[in-house]
Ligand binder design. Sequence first.
Ligand code: ATP
Ligand code: MG
Length: 253
Amino acid sequence: MQSRVKKIDKIERIEIPPEERVVKFEFAEPPRSGDDVVVMDNLAKEWQLPDGTLKPVFSGVSGIVRRGSKIALVGVNGAGKSTLLKILAGQTEPTSGSFTLGANVAAGYFSQHAMELLDPKKTIFETVQDVMPLANIGVIRNLLGAFLFSGDTVDKRIENLSGGEKSRVVLATLLARPVNLLVLDEPTNHLDIRSREILLDALKDFAGTVLLVSHDRHFLRSLVDRVFEIDHGEMRVYEGNYEYYLSKVNGEA
Ligand SMILES: Nc1ncnc2c1ncn2[C@@H]1O[C@H](COP(=O)(O)OP(=O)(O)OP(=O)(O)O)[C@@H](O)[C@H]1O
Ligand SMILES: [Mg+2]
């Protein structure tokens, strides 16, 4: 009994340390892009395998991404979601077809690969400062605080970070710049629940356009207003939110 009283006494004295206070993330004001942010015209992709054979992924992919829309790109594993985003992000060429980015589109691209591109010797602070060299220390600290880095942790080197921490650094660098199109390939994979919520809130507030691959249904439900599905090498467009998409595919089954 005695020890229980002591424990409760302890619990009551816990205060929320300053670094736990939630800092609301605010986007750099992006320039407004044209109405048609991405126009895809008959895109096809075949990957060349090491033995020289060609692996067709999809063909005939056409569609328009309009300004301000938040689109989920869905499909089973290996359907070609990452491949399509890589094409749009300029990381690989389509085999045929073309796409155009609208006027004044400033895109940011997140992929798991982006984590590997961080300089391991740099600190978290230096990494973010590199993408916003004109920002003062307070602005950078505030941005890092929004991604749950505070106090001395901002001086940790990238090489010592966990996968989740690295993801948060990449997202911070992405959102630090005034982008108006975010192309996000499974951004929540390594994130804990709190970081997911922070990212979700930031994306909900984002005035720009989002094209997102995620297997997180809560994320998809709360965010997207259109769904692009890659299925058997073709892309289908659903003019509705994630619930609408689910009702359509379940209705078909
Ligand atoms: N660089 C590459 N070289 C050869 N084949 C590739 C390459 N990248 C992807 N592929 C192949 O293309 C197909 C589509 O892969 P992609 O990564 O786009 O799928 P995905 O829909 O993103 O899947 P997941 O949900 O597992 O991430 C797969 O069969 C994959 O093996
Ligand atoms: Mg993928």
